[in-house]
Design a protein around this ligand. Structure first.
Ligand SMILES: Cc1cc2nc3c(=O)[nH]c(=O)nc-3n(C[C@H](O)[C@H](O)[C@H](O)COP(=O)(O)OP(=O)(O)OC[C@H]3O[C@@H](n4cnc5c(N)ncnc54)[C@H](O)[C@@H]3O)c2cc1C
Length: 381
């Protein structure tokens, strides 16, 4: 019996740690395309203000992780194919690694920004520690940073970089930040807080082109305006990495489809984290993958265990106006009611019978998350 995990993000390493709580014996191999250092990804968008270097964020080098997990950790190596008939994964360079149980913890891909110009290829994205390291180097001796995207990662970086003293311009097509998480009123509170912090939010527009200009860049916006920047960072969304699974003939929807035991359409192969769609839920956050890793560790150790998904509200680490939200599903029938003023808001989305279907808390009201979370039915388990 041998277990192979593709990916050494929180999904991969947490699964390995959970497995080892129940099973110290089964040979285990982790394979990653990146440097294999263990780190907590949410720390990437608070590192500037905390003056943490990329090295400070490393919780374990791959060699230390290999020792801790009694595993082989193969770094800097892409898995190119899963051969389900032979039960092997094929690595770039030709090596094959056999498995009895395979875990796909492959994360999500960033979208390539749809931008013209001779510097479109210079736009940074930060979805892992290696990319963060390159972004930190580029930002080391400059002042002006342009952020494309007004979602969770764009807002957190705007807050972080502004607190670290950078000039920050945000550009996004929606009228307000966090369009997928927040209704208008709390989104306005966040908009005001970011503006007061000194960031400039260019809403309702997109970046159409980025060209080299002087020592930096000139970005052309869709309304014809030009913005100058020294570094451009895109935070325009993620899509589950499904290509490998699809090529292997596994069932794929928005993510790699798994049941409540994290099993794919092949019972020997499991998936969790940003690449997975668990019983229809794609939740690219830490809490769901932590729950999934706990269940999967037990399953891999021989005791088939279903994942438990309570409602896991999303926390946005914008210190200028913190946010905790669980949005209602798209098209849900109900109404928002708000309590509070300024930055400190409590919003509840209830249906006609009074059932809580979603909520949004900002500022000081985020401490009210527990009773609201408990009032909502769990998602799975
Ligand atoms: C800046 C930032 C801030 C965030 N903040 C929060 C937060 O505050 N709270 C929260 O809940 N969530 C947050 N998230 C989301 C959260 O961090 C992710 O949901 C989580 O870390 C995903 O972990 P993962 O293991 O699924 O994927 P990843 O960490 O992306 O790991 C994927 C792994 O798969 C490997 N891989 C992929 N393809 C291959 C291949 N073909 N061959 C070999 N290896 C491969 C990669 O090299 C990597 O090791 C944040 C995300 C970002 C980017």
């Amino acid at each position: 019996m041998s277990i192979v995990i593709i990916g050494t993000g929180l999904g991969g390493y947490n699964t390995a740690k959970e497995l080892r709580k129940h099973d110290a014996e089964t040979p285990l191999t982790l394979i990653t395309a990146d440097s294999g250092r263990s780190y907590s990804k949410p720390m990437l968008s608070t590192g500037f203000r905390k003056e943490q270097t990329p090295a400070d964020l490393v919780q374990g080098e791959p060699e230390a992780m290999a020792e801790q997990l009694d595993a082989r950790v193969i770094t800097g190596t892409r898995v190119e194919a899963v051969d389900r008939e032979a039960s092997v994964v094929r690595l770039e360079g030709g090596e094959t690694v056999p498995y009895d149980r395979l875990v796909l913890a492959m994360g999500a891909d960033t979208f390539t920004p749809p931008v013209d110009g001779d510097a479109a290829g210079d736009i940074f994205q930060v979805n892992d520690l290696d990319q963060y390291e390159r972004f930190r180097s580029a930002a080391a001796d400059v002042r002006r940073i342009l952020i494309m995207g007004g979602g969770l990662i764009g807002c957190e970086f705007a807050n972080d970089l502004r607190e670290a003293g950078y000039q920050v311009d945000m550009v996004f097509p929606e009228p307000l930040p966090l369009p997928r998480l927040l209704p208008e009123r709390p989104a306005k509170a966040l908009h005001e807080a970011l503006t007061e912090l000194g960031a400039t939010l260019h809403t309702g527009v997109t970046v159409e082109a980025v060209n080299r200009a002087g020592g930096g860049y000139a970005a052309t916006l869709s309304d014809g305006r030009a913005l100058e920047a020294d570094v451009v960072l895109a935070a325009i969304g993620l899509k589950p990495r499904t290509a490998l699974a699809e090529a292997a003939g596994l069932t794929v929807g928005q993510g790699i489809r798994v049941d409540s035991t994290l099993a794919t359409s092949d019972p020997a192969i499991f998936a969790l984290g940003d690449c997975a769609e668990v019983e229809g839920c794609v939740l690219p956050y830490v809490a769901p993958l932590t729950n999934a890793a706990r269940a999967l560790g037990q399953t891999l150790a021989g005791e088939v265990t279903q994942v438990n998904y309570p409602v896991m509200p999303v926390t946005v680490k914008t210190s200028c106006c913190q946010v905790v939200a669980w949005p209602p599903t798209a098209g849900a029938d109900g109404e928002w009611q708000f309590d509070g003023d300024g930055r400190d808001l409590r919003g509840e989305f209830r249906d006609a019978e009074g059932h809580l279907l979603g909520f949004a808390l900002t500022g000081k009201r985020i401490k009210e998350r527990m009773p609201l979370t408990k009032e909502m039915p769990g998602l799975l388990g």
